[in-house]
Design a protein around this ligand. Sequence first.
Ligand code: PEP
Ligand code: MN
Length: 337
Amino acid sequence: MIIVLKPRTSQEQIKKMENQIIRRGLTPHTVIGEEMTIIGCIGDTTKIDSKLFEVNECVEKIMHVQEPYKLANRAFHPEDSVIDVSGVKVGGDHLALIAGPCSVESEEQVIGIAKAIKAAGANMLRGGAFKPRTSPYAFQGMGLDGLKILCAAREETGLPIVTELMSLEYLEAFDENVDLIQIGARNMQNFDLLKHLGQTKRPILLKRGLNATYEEWIMAAEYIMAAGNENVILCERGVRTFESYTRNTLDLQAIPVIKSLTHLPIVVDPSHAGGKWWLVEPMAKAAVAAGADGLMVEVHNDPENALCDGAQSLKPEKYDMLLNSISKIAPVVGKSL
Ligand code: PEP
Ligand code: MN
């Protein structure tokens, strides 16, 4: 962090600033020029709120040279992190292929879809048991009964299960039963929930908030990591923009940006991004071509009658075709299926 002082700041004020910096655990390096004075602050500034220094009248501006996140930062961890989800690797040259219905609706539905996506080449099963719905009158998910169905599908197919945790109340049940715990877009900044995820060693799939900046998203990951769980996978799922034709706008730039700022894997969810089934294939291909570490796609056997997100769900045959194309793109960008 660099603090630029206003012209004609007195020696006494400079000394006062330096002491304040030392009290915060940093070492000041002061350069007094003819026009201005700057103080370089050496040390770990991640825990310092720079606003504290701004209250001094002699401060012109503060410049940050270090990001506020440390554990997720690529600068301190140059290699890609590879996260193990019950034997399925995510990150590096591995591609996570997560698919399944938006919501768990019945055992027959989930097991049928699980078998179909496995045959197509998926390596993880998704399905919402607890659903974050905009309307309180919409289907809210089957809850713990839905979780039991996902476990049965895992038993039947061997696919690790991915499902969303909305409340701390179920953390223990998720810790015991879920292979990859999803934190949805709407809970990305539920800091209390994030902090408690340190109590589990289960990997976390952290979706990007509806209008979260990269830094806010990475700071949410940092919360989980600082709490003691470094197994975090990020998921880009589209952000809200002025465009209303699509449900959200898929931010493909997030892939190279997240990879340059952090060492964490990033998967892309083209289903919630576009909100239309026919946008899933082109966006999924683009995501893998841009270096994504995986895809999370909604697949439903009967989208017309789905209880949630039918319009953006692929039928199993279409998912099979999608993975055929992905298997051709993946080796070009150094990913193995
Ligand atoms: C989901 O994956 O089912 C979901 C609700 O996604 P998001 O949190 O990204 O809206
Ligand atoms: Mn959905």
